[in-house]
Write a protein that binds this ligand. Structure first.
Ligand SMILES: Cc1ncc(COP(=O)(O)O)c(C=O)c1O
Length: 404
């Protein structure tokens, strides 16, 4: 295959990362602790609270992965076997595995079509049903998919009303914005509809939020994650557990089980550099999406992932569905045609309720995620794609539709 490969979402370094890695080498801070880790946590927390008051109330813990961050978030809740945890069905399995690590049982909730994220009405049904069965959910893991926030106002209100902790899996949605109309403090008039619109970052609304810096994410440290919360005791405990639960003593003293989940100081240096270019990366990914919309929008049966009116997506991945009944082709034919031209694309996530490993588990709804999986495709979305890369991708897709 002679043509240069176009990847789905490759890493894109800025100009600052290498010097920070060199700094780690020069100072010999080659450890899962160090000044870059402290600074990355601080700078990350400041950045995600940017749209709100920078009051320093959000704390962050840099960890070895987003999965580790989710695991520690669930551990904080001290789950017991048989406890149920609600999770979005349309997601990557890393959103769910930590529920199993803690011995609890996942319960899945389908997506809504306007955002592809968790349907608040189905969540309400899942909670009521759980309560009626004598199994009130112990937590809700809300996924913000493909760069777009879920509808946080109704979902956070629902969780608060029932006293259920909300864990936000924002692994794919760093830099997204949600326009919240919920008052920051309890509104004495109870008139939430009149509350002023505030821009909030997905991941900062619930009990805690989780981000990933895996190699395919909008910014990357090759591998890594961040746990954020306004609850300082939660973040402090996560740091403690992540360093093998080492008690304060000159020798090695441990009164609890722990994990080796901290982020390396070298990788945190990369993260600090990447954070500086986050805005540019979002702009580039939104441009990719706009290009695809313009170049493919006339094709029959194609529907782009909607941008819900309640927020702004980063368009981490450019996704669309191809209706086989109206297009004369289907998602798999398009994916294979792209692969034949050395272009990487991916089906939309296979829903968790359809995964063999979760067979027999409860799911509320399911048809929306199933259709999105059947018809949905993620196109090359990297922030370093060139105009000619984008043209190459759209030419192949147009050919599948018999168009030039
Ligand atoms: C929705 C979602 N949740 C969690 C994760 C886990 O993150 P990590 O790969 O850093 O463990 C990812 C990505 O990998 C993800 O896409």
């Amino acid at each position: 295959m002679s043509k240069q490969r176009i990847y789905l979402s490759p890493p894109h370094m800025g100009s600052d990362e290498l010097s920070r890695v060199q700094e780690a080498f020069a100072t010999n801070w080659i450890a899962p602790l160090g000044p870059h880790v402290d600074a990355f946590e601080h700078e990350f927390a400041a950045q995600i609270s940017e749209c709100e008051a920078k009051d320093g109330s959000i704390q962050a813990a840099a960890l070895s992965s987003g999965t580790a961050a989710l695991h520690l978030a669930l551990r904080w809740l001290a789950l017991k076997p048989g406890d149920e945890v609600i999770v979005s069905s349309l997601t990557f399995i890393a959103s769910v595995n930590p529920v199993l690590y803690e011995g609890a049982t996942p319960v899945f909730v389908d997506s809504e079509t306007r955002s592809w994220n968790m349907d608040p009405a189905l969540l309400a049904e899942a909670i009521s049903d759980g309560i009626a069965r004598g199994r009130k959910p112990r937590a809700v893991i809300l996924v913000h998919l493909y760069g777009q926030s879920a509808d946080l106002d109704p979902i956070s209100a629902l969780c608060e009303r029932h006293g259920i902790p909300l864990i936000e899996d924002a692994a794919e949605a760093l830099g997204a914005v949600y326009y919240s109309r919920r008052p920051v403090y309890d509104d004495p008039t109870g008139d939430a509809a009149n509350a002023q619109r505030r821009e909030v970052a997905p991941g900062t609304v619930g009990l805690c939020g989780v981000y990933s810096f895996n190699g395919n994410k909008i910014i990357t440290t090759s591998g890594g994650g961040m746990l954020v919360s306004r609850d300082m005791s939660l973040v402090a405990k996560a740091r403690f557990w992540a360093t093998q639960s080492r008690d304060p003593a000159s020798h090695y003293e441990h009164s609890e089980m722990g994990f080796n989940y901290r982020m390396s100081n070298v990788l945190a240096g990369i993260g600090r550099g990447q954070l500086r270019v986050l805005r540019e990366r979002i702009a580039a990914r939104r441009n990719n999406f706009a290009f695809y919309q313009h170049a493919l929008g006339d094709l029959p049966g194609i529907v782009f992932m909607p941008e819900a009116e309640y927020g702004r997506s980063t368009r981490w991945l450019s996704c669309l569905t191809i209706d086989p009944a109206n297009s004369g082709t289907d998602r798999e034919q398009v994916r294979l045609a792209l692969a034949g031209e050395n272009i990487e694309s991916r089906p939309v996530w296979k829903p968790m309720h359809q995964q063999p490993v979760f067979a027999g588990l409860r799911c509320y709804g399911g048809a929306v995620a199933q259709r999105l999986f059947r018809d949905g495709i993620c196109l090359p979305s990297g922030s370093s794609l060139t105009q000619s890369d984008l043209e190459r991708v759209t030419r192949v897709i147009r050919r599948c539709f018999g168009r030039r």
